[in-house]
Structure formats: C-alpha cells, structure tokens
Design a protein around this ligand. Sequence first.
Ligand code: EPU
Length: 341
Amino acid sequence: MSITILEKVSLKDYNTFGIEVFADFFVEINNEEEIAPTIEYAKRKNLPYLVLGGGSNVLFTKNFSGIVLLIKTLGIYEEYVDENRVLVKAKAGERWHSFVEYCIEKNYGGIENLSLIPGNVGPAPVQNIGAYGVEVKDVLESCKVLNTDTLDFEVFDNESCRFGYRDSIFKNEKRGKYVILEVSFLLTRKAHNTRLSYGAIGRELSSHHIANPTLKDIANTVIRIREKKLPDPKEIGNAGSFFKNPIIARQDFLSLEREYPDIPSYFGTLGMKVPAAWFIEKAGWRGKQIGNVATYPLQALVIINKTGNATGSEIYDFSENIIKSVREKFGVNLEREVNVL
Ligand code: EPU
C-alpha cells in the first residue's frame, strides 16, 4: 500500500474556524487500512499525529509539528434487524449531514433532530453530538475503532462508550487511544420515536400547520431553526457551541435564581443545566467584538471569526475573557466544548 505524505500543508480549509496554521506532514486517508501504517510511520519517526475529521470542533492555536491524518473514508451500509428496525453503518469520513439526509430519504428514523450539524460521522460519538432533545448516544449501536497501541480493530458497544453530555470515553480516559472507523446506528423503519418536545420545534411545526410531521418535515424544521440562529461555517468561521452548558449544584442554582429570577434552566442528572449562552449574554458578551473575534449576535454561545482573519490565539484569549467575566459575575466555571490544539 502506498501512502502519500504531503509536507507543509495549510489546515485553513480543514477547520471550520478557518484558521491558517500549517501541518508539517499531511496524509489524506481514503481507506481505513491506511491508518495503521500511517500511525506506525509516525511512531517510528517519533512524530505526534492528529486525526482530523470535519474540523468542526477544533481551535488551532499553532502550527502542528507532526502528521495530520485527514479521514475521508466513505460508505454507508445497511443490515436488516427486524420489521421495524435497521442497522445503518457509516464510515467515519462521511459528512454527518449527508448521512442524516441518506436516512431521511430512506425514511429511517432517529437522527432527524440532528440535521445540519457540521462535522463528520467519525467524531460524532467522541463528543456525543446532540441537538433538540436527541443525542447520538440515543441511536448508536456500536463503533468500530482502531486501537492506536496494538493497531488492532476493536468494537465498542453503546455502554462501553460511556456517553455523557457532550462526553464519551474517547474524550476522557481513552483520549487519543482509538481512531473511530465506522459507526453503527439502530434506526426505525415505521414506528418512529419522534421527539418534538423541544419548544422551538413545536412552534415552528405549528406555524407551518404541520400536525403529523414526517421525518423530512422534522428535519426541515430543525434546519430552519438552525439556519435562523447559527452561522454557516462556510460564511463565518465558527465551531458551533464554544462552551458546554454548565451543570450547577442545586444550592448554587437556588441562590442564582434568587438574584436572577429569569434564569433559564433544565433538570439534569447532577444538578440544574443552565444555558451557557444566558451567562455569556448577561455578562455583556452577546455580539461583542474584540479585534477579529466576536460572539454571534443571535446565539452568544457561538464564537465567530468575525473578519475571517482571526488567529487561534486571539479566539482562545477571547474565550478566556468570557470565562473570566462569567466566573467573576456568577461564580460559574464555563468549560470549553471545542478542542484547543
Ligand atoms: N440564550 C441566551 N442568549 C443567547 C442564546 C440563548 O440567553 O444568545 C438562552 C435562552 O434562554 C435560550 C436558551 O439559552 O432559550 C437555549 O438556547 P438554545 O436553544 O439555542 O440552546 P443552547 O442550550 O444554547 C444547545 C446545544 C446546541 C444545540 C441546541 C439545541 C450545547 C453546548 N449546545 O445550545 O448545540 O444546537 O442546544 O438543542 O449543549 C453545538 O453543540 O455546537 C450546538 C450548536
């Protein structure tokens, strides 16, 4: 197998913030069999390596002095389970939204609420992507991975992925230990378990007078909502939510609520979940711009490369300032969802 290694490659087109940094070496992976030899090569040369998917959850603050493996493996396969269920397997390099479109077209239910999320299928389980009341963990059956120590293939079932809110084993204990090659989803064919409880979905459907929505109706609704309040990375560099929504212990939440009776919240397993966007807005950061960086005026949780000329460090410093303000004003620690490299 011959693998082409390119040198000094700009990563600007491979991260949705549109940050110009360079990788010393760069390999485009079109077949998953090429990953193990590339990692072996990196180990032999003592070079760090970075596995990159759609680049929608990374912030590059410096050049990468190692090998970037850009995962571009494609393929979607189906397996019959029973009359109502189908197992759909997608290769890591499939664009997430193309995969959603494929399922909607076939009327396979389960991921329609996850329409238009940027990024690829492979990284989806890493941060357990979620939107409008659904997370990848709700439909993921298993993932096939490459163990980067043994270079063997392994399979993680749903439970062994240890999913949490924007979290999984691949982000924590086993960070960097596995490359996700393929993800299997258990979807419905007929009796769809649609989730319409998220306020904006219900409102949008009834404003279009849709009483019994099809999967396509739901997907279109989600797309409309997202397009209204989230910037398209092709037009304005961003990585979606920059921070996670903090989970606040009940006592602390009650004292915040006494001071700010309008504080929005949801019940979480470990406490109350409050939208980070609310803290950011209340701390005066909604739409605020410093240099080339700003928060998106329609959703303060999204940090944008406003001028297109921001550096990663500028965005990082901007996010540090937000964290500091929110900590000073509310005593709440915001945690980044985006990976800083
Ligand atoms: N809000 C503000 N100011 C703003 C925006 C929102 O105060 O500028 C408050 C409002 O009270 C609003 C609430 O935040 O009702 C919730 O806003 P939204 O429905 O937009 O959801 P979110 O909690 O801010 C999360 C996810 C999004 C996902 C939406 C919809 C996280 C970190 N983010 O945002 O995910 O699309 O819910 O389910 O959990 C992403 O991960 O990249 C992402 C976009």
